[in-house]
Design a protein around this ligand. Structure first.
Ligand SMILES: CC(C)[C@H](C(=O)O)[C@@H](O)C(=O)O
Ligand code: SF4
Length: 465
């Protein structure tokens, strides 16, 4: 028998049954995270069929996508958009009816679902975690099998605490050596996607390994796993280690006293065996990764900060040529020109990719003692109320406010155009989020993905660089 990957181990531990005819499997789900956007229909379906929530205590609800990022104390009255208000009030009603724990808007524990789960200690190694949200891959940073599901699957998980699914293939991303000074997990993730493409991980669960990954903090590992989905993978994983355990210890839902030791000794078995079988291995040298930004309208259209935009004139593949032309046109960038020096009008530091305390510290270090450039509007949006409180305890809010950044309340904010924080048509934004699709941050808006340090620098200088 060959050894097992970490993914194989978690899968085997949760397999309830397999349907020989279809190849579908039924797996048990340890944690179901829910938010306002992908649950109203799922609860309606439950109600219509007269079903209950199978394990309400394994379900946790937050309000994040639609929430405004100021004056949250006003409650739902302060949510101007009717569709958003309806989704938020449906969630409040549903969690009350089914007895699900909920951190409503304005509760200090509320925030972006992928920030809240780990912060509360609900996310734990070896678990299966699902949420009606593609960036559920974030939780893989703890060595949990975590991925997004659709609304009909949300209903299925609510009703049965299981998921009907198929096993993915195993892919290893080996990052050797060290990242260079000033190069972050965000740069690594964007670099990886630029190498493998947005379909590179299709059908696979990616495990990030190697010295450079081991050296990352939990925040960095979450950033990396968050972007796995943009590389096409079903999920991302990092095997748990002392860094993981130190982050988890003492969190509200983490095991206590004797239970901690029992849990930890299980968690320590969660790694890929040396003789595990991989369907694909990608190798990256940590030293090769440069500060990386996107120039186009897909996360794979990323390049070193020191580089030039592609020139369609020298691209022979007609499909690629057309895609590059279209992206350059949408982004209003010249072909073959340096990306550094491109002026921005907006800066967004936030999202489930980069809104944790370490991200805010990194941005504050750059912003400290400087001023946001004339003509630039810059926002910092902490990932949760607790991140915000911690940042305030460290004085980071003062650093940002004195520099001229807006210090907002938690939520998805300008990561996607579902709440009042949006770009105007034609505005260019340096953003720490994970998607730069056309119109993602508002119709006609132009998004450049980058690390918190680079985004803060863009705010100060007014240009990418
Ligand atoms: C609204 C939600 C379903 C969506 C997702 O699944 O990812 C959102 O979080 C996003 O980032 O685009
Ligand atoms: S912050 Fe952005 S990517 Fe993350 S869950 Fe919210 S909308 Fe999706």
């Amino acid at each position: 028998m060959p050894g097992k990957t970490l993914y194989d181990k978690i899968w085997d531990a949760h397999l309830v049954d397999t349907d020989a005819a279809s190849g579908d499997a039924l797996i048990y789900i340890d944690l179901h995270l829910i938010h306002e956007v992908t649950t109203p229909q799922a609860f309606s379906g439950l109600k219509a069929n007269g079903r209950k929530v199978r394990r309400p205590e394994l379900t946790l609800a937050v309000a994040d996508h639609n929430t405004p990022t100021e004056n949250q104390a006003a409650g739902l009255e302060g949510v101007r958009d009717e569709a958003a208000r309806n989704q938020l009030s449906a969630l409040s009603r549903n969690v009350a009816e089914y007895g699900i724990e909920f951190f409503p808007m304005g509760d200090v524990r509320n925030g972006i679902v992928h920030v809240v789960g780990p912060e509360q200690g609900r996310t734990q190694p070896g678990m299966t975690i699902v949420c009606g949200d593609s960036h559920t891959s974030t939780h893989g940073a703890f060595g949990a099998l975590a991925h997004g599901i659709g609304t009909s699957e949300v209903e299925h998980v609510l009703a049965t605490q299981t998921l009907r699914t198929q096993k993915s293939r195993n892919m290893a991303i080996d990052v050797s050596g060290q990242l260079r000074e000033g190069v972050t997990a965000k740069d690594l993730a964007l670099h990886l996607i630029s190498v493998i493409g947005t379909a590179g991980g299709t059908g696979h669960v990616m495990e990030y390994r190697g010295e450079a990954v081991r050296a990352l903090s939990m925040e960095g590992r979450m950033t990396l796993c968050n972007l796995s989905i943009e590389g096409g993978a079903r999920a991302g994983l990092v095997a748990p280690d002392e860094t993981t355990f130190a982050y988890m210890k003492g969190r509200p839902a983490a095991p206590k006293a004797g239970a901690w030791d029992v849990a930890k000794s299980y968690w320590e078995t969660l790694y890929s065996d040396d003789d595990a079988q991989w369907d694909r291995i990608v190798e990256i040298r940590g030293e090769d990764v440069e500060p990386t930004v996107t120039w186009g309208t897909s996360p794979e259209q990323a390049m070193p900060l020191s580089g030039n935009t592609p020139d369609p004139a020298i691209i022979t593949d007609p499909v690629r040529k057309a895609a590059v032309e279209r992206a350059l046109h949408y982004m209003d960038l010249a072909p073959g020109a340096p990306i550094a020096g491109t002026p921005v009008q907006r800066v967004f530091i936030g999202s489930c990719t980069n809104s944790r305390i370490e991200d805010l510290r990194e941005a504050a270090r750059v912003a400290s003692g400087s001023k946001v450039a004339d003509g630039v509007r810059a926002m910092v949006v902490p990932g949760s109320g607790l991140v915000r409180a911690q940042a305030e305890a460290e004085g980071l809010d003062r650093v940002f406010i004195e520099a001229g950044f807006e210090w907002r309340e938690p939520g998805c904010s300008m990561c996607l155009g579902m709440n009042p924080d949006i770009l105007a048509p034609g505005e260019r934004c340096a953003s720490t989020s994970n998607r730069n699709f056309e119109g993602r941050q508002g119709r006609g808006g132009r998004t450049h993905l980058m690390s918190p340090a680079l985004a803060a620098r863009a705010a100060i200088t007014g240009v990418i660089g």
